[in-house]
Design a protein around this ligand. Structure first.
Ligand code: SF4
Ligand code: SF4
Length: 156
């Protein structure tokens, strides 16, 4: 029995819920406050403490520190994402049509939809292609094996 068919038990989170209907890994997304990216950004920000006040002086020794202000803003952004995932949150890509469409058709992932592959995703071309490829791989290997392989790769 595959993980997609198995009941994880009452109240237990199903790890496959991290995988959006498009096949992206919401659990490791830079906009998800629970992702490793967000956690590490918050940890680095805390570890650097008040370094911003020293950055200009350090830039005199190494010009790379002149970019610290932008880096700090980026750390704050990475550590402060607010999307908990496609099924529970609001995607950074607000134009995406996949989430609502999959919910309306009662499918967990698009490869399970009789209309797949369709032109209803409303995704930019590169992401539409990724949606198609992800779902074709899920159809071929099963969602569990696809998810396990994906988790061995960098998120971006
Ligand atoms: S739905 Fe949220 S967590 Fe998933 S890819 Fe979009 S922004 Fe990231
Ligand atoms: S119509 Fe397209 S976007 Fe909607 S659920 Fe089916 S495959 Fe996904």
């Amino acid at each position: 029995m595959s993980m997609s068919e198995r009941n994880p038990g009452p109240g237990a989170p199903d790890p496959l819920d991290d995988m959006a209907p498009c096949g992206l890994d919401c659990g490791r997304c830079l906009s998800n406050p629970g992702s490793a990216i967000a956690r590490l950004a918050r940890e680095l920000r805390a570890e650097l403490g008040g370094f911003a006040a020293l950055a200009e002086r350090f830039a005199g020794m190494d010009p790379a520190f002149g970019a610290y202000g932008g880096f700090e803003r980026l750390l704050d952004r990475l550590g402060g994402g607010q999307c908990t995932g496609c099924r529970s949150g609001r995607c950074l890509l607000s134009s995406c049509g996949v989430k609502d469409c999959a919910a309306a058709r009662g499918v967990r992932w698009c490869f399970q939809c009789p209309e797949f592959p369709c032109r209803r995703t409303n995704l930019p071309p590169a992401l539409h292609e990724r949606w198609r490829a992800n779902n074709q791989r899920m159809a071929a290997r099963g969602p569990e094996a696809f998810f396990a392989a994906m988790r061995k790769q960098p998120r971006y």
